[in-house]
Design a protein around this ligand. Structure first.
Ligand code: 6LW
Length: 499
């Protein structure tokens, strides 16, 4: 049984490549910086973070990207001694090609593709070295915003990003909605065009066609989708958006999926994560094994002392050059923006440093010194959907922000540093429970103080902080922020468990 999730927490749209004995995997990162996380593995099962493609300002147009936009659906490939990564900077720079000699970085500034308008760009070469870019022609600019022209392809000069012909339409699935995530492979002389269709929600699936050349003509598999969890009660839903890789023991598919909670399996707190499963080839078509969740994932505890530079898990929002965060004496100091809104986490670019929630049961805690400002911990999906626990002189405040709706709970505090925490616990449907308790995914607890002095200020339904409800389709990210003045943080701890 393969380890699943392969990469937990908000890590959608995985793409994988093998080079020699090494495997590399890349995921989407939307408005977060650093962008496009990369993982390495020597067995295509255990993945270690090695860096990001986007590590400098200008590689993505992050600063003003609307919610839901940013880095979407990378494809990672290796050709002629160079790694290539194509991605759509959705509602930002558009389709991009990055290159690097070593995937751990650094990556190029990115060339904008011209003449291949859409998302989910795949890049492939035939034996003569002709480069093909195949993509989902969803138009995200201009008057035709939102129009979907199906799967298209162009021959391209990958150095300049210039398409060498007008887009040609290719096989676009069985007619389900949103044909997307195309990948092109040559397997023993036959070309395969694999796509996702059915939409990235519960109807998601993987379909495939084959043909004699990278340009087709393509003929769909006798049974498509070749993989989907739609209309099943599998604990992983939304399964789709796959990429294939040949391993020493056969083939594997990496794909995205969610882990929704509650009886209706409607709400997935962590967003779309990366899973993997084995693939056999029968009569020239892939037969995909049903993926299994790994039952015995060990609990995790990560302490960040801030004595060392911040690790690869830390993220900022729409800010590739944060000048407002500093480290000294084992503390992280965040200075608030002078123009921060009354609710700081409502800002488009809040002064926030956070990490993904990667387990269904989780707890983040940190000691806050708010003697020179106001700040705390927030778990967010986006600027319109977040739960905060905030400290200011003599006061601690829990807040739920759900679009225009806001509720707060307050308690007086003695002055001085205080530990605040945000904990999540999955809700297991039980007999006699009220309907809301049967359909929700988890509870989010916001509180302060330690041990016997711990005070739970609010317990909130977690379903409102899922991509099924929010404006974004990312995942939960929890971290520290400043709302006014200068706030310092010590001893951040993330604990997680899926048991
Ligand atoms: C991704 C596309 C998708 O580009 O969501 O709806 C986009 N499906 O495949 C962002 O993850």
């Amino acid at each position: 049984m393969l380890l699943n999730p392969a990469v937990s927490g908000f890590h959608p749209d995985p793409s994988v490549v093998r080079v020699g004995d090494d495997y590399y995997l890349a995921c989407s990162s939307f408005e977060y910086f650093p962008g496009i996380p990369l993982f390495h593995s020597t067995d295509a099962e255990h993945w270690t973070p090695i860096g990001h493609v986007v590590t400098r300002p200008g590689q993505l147009a992050l600063e003003d990207v609307p919610t839901g936009g940013g880095a979407w659906a990378p494809t990672i490939r290796f050709h002629d001694g160079l790694f290539y990564l194509t991605v759509a900077d959705a509602m930002g720079r558009g389709g991009l090609i990055f290159t690097a000699p070593d995937p751990a970085g650094s990556w190029s500034d990115g060339v904008v593709m011209i003449g291949a308008d859409g998302i989910d760009h795949d890049i492939a070469w035939d034996d003569e070295g002709t480069c093909y870019v195949t993509y989902s022609a969803l138009l995200l600019t201009g008057p035709e915003f939102g129009t979907h022209l199906g799967i298209q392809q162009v021959r391209m000069d990958p150095k300049t990003g210039q398409a060498l012909e007008e887009p040609r339409s290719l096989w676009s699935g069985t007619g389900l909605k949103f044909p997307e995530a195309p990948h092109l492979y040559e397997v023993d002389g036959t070309w395969y065009l694999m796509i996702a269709e059915g939409g990235t929600e519960r109807g998601h699936g993987v379909s495939i066609a084959r043909g004699p050349s990278p340009e087709g003509p393509f003929e769909g598999a006798p049974v498509n989708p070749v993989y989907s969890h739609r209309s099943t009660s599998h604990p992983v839903q939304n399964a789709g958006h796959g990429d294939l890789v040949r391993t020493d023991d056969g083939w594997q598919m990496v794909l995205l999926g969610t882990r929704p909670g509650g009886m209706s399996q409607m709400f997935a707190p962590l967003g779309r994560e990366t899973f993997t499963t084995r693939v056999q080839w029968v009569d020239g078509w892939p037969v995909v094994e049903r993926l299994e969740l790994t039952a015995d994932l060990a609990p995790v505890e990560v302490r960040s002392s801030f004595a060392e530079p911040l690790g690869l898990e830390w993220l900022t929002i729409r800010d590739a050059a944060p000048t407002w965060v500093a480290r000294a004496d084992g503390r992280l100091t965040i200075s608030a923006a002078s123009d921060a809104p009354a609710v700081a986490m409502d800002a488009h670019r809040p002064h926030f440093v956070g990490r993904r929630q990667q387990h269904l049961a989780s707890r983040c805690s940190v000691v806050v010194d708010a003697s020179a400002g106001t700040g705390g911990l927030s778990v967010r999906y986006d600027e319109r959907h977040h739960y905060d626990i905030e400290v200011s002189a003599g006061l601690v405040r829990a807040r739920v922000r759900l679009d225009q709706i806001e509720q707060t709970w307050e308690a007086p505090l003695p002055d001085g540093p205080v530990e605040v925490w945000i904990a999540t616990s999955p809700v297991v449907p039980s007999p006699g429970a009220d309907m809301p308790d049967l359909v929700t995914c988890d509870l989010v607890r916001l509180g302060y103080g330690r041990g016997a002095d711990a005070v739970e200020l609010a317990v909130v339904d977690g379903r409102y902080l899922t991509s099924d409800v929010t404006s974004s389709f990312t995942g939960r990210v929890t971290g520290m922020y400043a709302a006014s003045g200068v706030v310092s943080f010590e001893g951040f701890r993330y604990e997680g468990s899926d048991a």
